[in-house]
Write a protein that binds this ligand. Sequence first.
Ligand code: MN
Length: 246
Amino acid sequence: MALEEYRRKRRFGVTSEPKGRKPAERKRAKNLVYVIQKHRATALHYDFRLEWKGVMLSWAVPKGPSLDPSIKRLAMQVEDHPMEYNAFEGIIPEAEYGGGTVMIWDRGYWMPADPDVDAALKKGEIKFALLGEKLEGEWVLVRTSGRGRGSQGGSKPAWLLIKHKDAYASKRDVAEEEPRSVESNRLLVEIARDEGGNMQKAADGDPPALLRRMIADPKSIAPAKTRGKKKVWHSNRPRGGARGMA
Ligand code: MN
C-alpha cells in the first residue's frame, strides 16, 4: 500500500486535494476511521474509504451504500488515498483527475471482524462494522471475478458492498433521505456555489425532489458560506491599509 498511484494521477499545483504524508504506522486495528465522500465527477459516485496501515483503502460505489441486505452495491476498488483526504470537501478543477464536487457524506469508525485485514483483502471478503453518523451496523465487501473499467482505461477489481442483516438494516433510502454533508450540512450544489464549482453539474447529484422544494421556497436554501479569503471585500476599507486608519 502506497500513495504512488494516487500522486501520479494528480497535479498538486492545480488541485487543492492533499498530497499526503508518508503513511503512519499504527500497530493495532483499533479506532480505525472510515469516510464516505460523495463525488460528482464524470459520474456521481460515493468514495468509500477504510483506514488501514496509515492509508485509506478506497472503493468507488456508483449508487452509494444501501441499508437493504437484499441489495448488493457495486464497489470498484480504486487507488489508496492519504488519510488527509478524509478532510477534503470542495472542488477538484474540471480538467483534473476526478474533476467535480466532493462532499464528506459520512464518517466514523470501522471495526474489521477479522483483525488481519491483509488476509481479508487477499481473500476478497472483508466483514466489518461501521459506527458512523449515517451508517451503522455490520457490512461486508466481497470481491467478484469481474473487473470494472477504471476512469483512465485501466480495469479495477469489482467488489460488492452489502449490508448484513441486523438492527440497522432497513428499506429506507439513506442516500436519498440524508443527502447533506456531515461536515458542513451542505448539498453538492451549495458546495459548488461556495467553492466556485459547476453548480449545474453538482446539482445533478442532489435529490431532485429536494431541489424542487428549495426552488419553491428559496428561504430554505442555506446562505452562502463566507470564510477566510473568500469573504466579501468591503470597498470602504483601504486595501493593505492599517486597520482603523481610514
Ligand atoms: Mn471519486
